[in-house]
Design a binder for this molecule. Structure first.
Ligand code: KG4
Ligand code: ZN
Length: 380
């Protein structure tokens, strides 16, 4: 089976094509293409993602990325004639995406590629951005008569940890054979949640942030320290040379029984610290802040593992790139338990994770029923 996946939930425009072979329950995958085009340079000057700009950029990037992806997968072939009725349908599907429509008209018609399903992120994320990917999927589905599987973005992040690379060939991988339940710590710019995964497709959110996401806290503190956007990598780099015990920032809700998080108070504590001190070392602030975030994430996650008698911990989301978090989780894990970490290059948003997760979905959804769901949960 070949899957084409599209991801446009935030500020990365991504397309991936994968092929699965072998047994249905324990497939071997090959990456035929995995392209991520980041809009960071565009959003940087605004200090965060601007939804309308993201929507515009996705429209500009999708067609060129699709062409490259099809070429890499050896599935690209121009067709000679377009059908008039196809064009009319496209105008209808892409009535709100004029730029995307224009670009599609320039390169289509294309021969129908040998693809069995189109997976597209339908949420959570920024709705204007999600819609571009969804309508693009609908347009392709219509032109090529290929079914669509709408996917949850957070489920995709979990799968980045479950990918087990073939030692010899970086393009080949299988899925970790694990015992369930798995506890997944998902930490990104928009979400922070602890998910209990009872099986593939069976998720319960057992804890989540009640205010800011962990990545968001990194981004906001980076802004206070004038480190630019996105803040996670910058803080983490600066923290390397700082003293993590220099400033006793609060560990919000660390003692609370629930698995919920709160990072807004920590952010404010950093703000007050900077306001009330005339001289401080930025690297110590960065290191102390990072340590506070990692301490809370680790404490709650370990407690969740124990309470649910889970032996496997999976980490996912943009903040999963954080070295201290990866190391601390590994060091704190009880004997007999196993930590599954995503490859750093797959921690940020990408379409490969959407493709892999979609493999396990049984049925496609009729295009008419697919809508952007900005706030959908992995448990929905
Ligand atoms: O998953 P992601 O790429 O996008 C969302 O779905 O939100 O996550 C992006 C977030 C940003 O907030 C970014 O600052 C954070 O991940 N991030 C990091 C690191 N690299 C990226 N946070 C901490 N340490 C890092 N090394
Ligand atoms: Zn994400």
């Amino acid at each position: 089976m070949k899957i084409l996946a599209i991801e446009t939930s935030c500020d990365e425009t991504a397309i991936s094509i994968i092929e699965s072979k072998g047994k249905i329950k324990s497939p071997k995958f090959t990456i035929l293409s995995n392209i991520v085009s980041s809009q960071v340079a565009i959003h940087k000057e605004f200090g965060g993602v601007v939804p309308n700009l993201a929507e515009r950029e996705h429209q500009k990037s999708l067609v060129p990325i699709l062409i490259t992806a099809l070429k890499q997968a050896k599935l690209f072939k121009k067709k000679k004639y377009a059908l008039k009725k196809e064009n009319a349908a496209l105008r209808n599907i892409l009535s709100r995406e004029q730029e995307l429509l224009k670009q599609m008209k320039e390169v289509f018609p294309l021969e129908v590629p040998l693809i069995d399903r189109i997976a597209v992120t339908h949420g959570p994320g920024l709705e204007p951005a999600l819609w571009v990917g969804i309508n693009f999927a609908k347009a392709l589905s219509h032109l090529w008569n290929i079914p669509i599987v709408p996917m949850n973005h957070m489920e995709g992040h979990i799968f980045t940890a479950l990918i087990k690379e073939d030692g010899k060939n970086a393009k080949k991988f299988s899925i970790e054979k694990t015992r369930f339940p798995i506890v997944a710590l998902l930490v990104s710019g928009g979400h922070t949640e602890i998910v209990l995964m009872k099986n593939i497709g069976k998720y319960t959110i057992i804890g989540e942030t009640i205010d800011d996401a962990a990545g968001e806290a990194f981004d906001k503190v980076a802004k206070m320290l004038n480190l630019g956007y996105p803040g996670g990598p910058a803080i983490s780099k600066l923290a390397d040379s700082g003293d993590a015990s220099a400033i006793p920032f609060p560990r919000p809700m660390i003692k609370k029984d629930s698995y919920d998080f709160s990072f807004s108070g920590l952010k404010t504590a950093v703000l007050y610290y900077l306001r009330d001190h005339t001289s401080y070392k930025k690297r110590d602030v960065a290191a102390s802040f990072q340590q506070a975030v990692v301490d809370v994430l680790t404490a709650k996650t370990m407690r969740a593992l124990k309470a649910h008698k889970a032996k496997i911990l999976a980490l996912g989301g943009g903040v999963a790139a954080n070295t201290l978090l990866r190391k601390t989780l590994q060091d704190t894990l009880l004997r007999g338990a196993k930590l599954l970490l995503p490859k750093i290059s797959l921690t940020g948003d990408n379409a490969l994770m959407i493709a892999v997760a979609s493999y396990f979905k049984k049925k496609p959804t009729p295009a008419k029923m697919i809508t952007a769901r900005g706030n959908t949960k992995i448990s929905d």
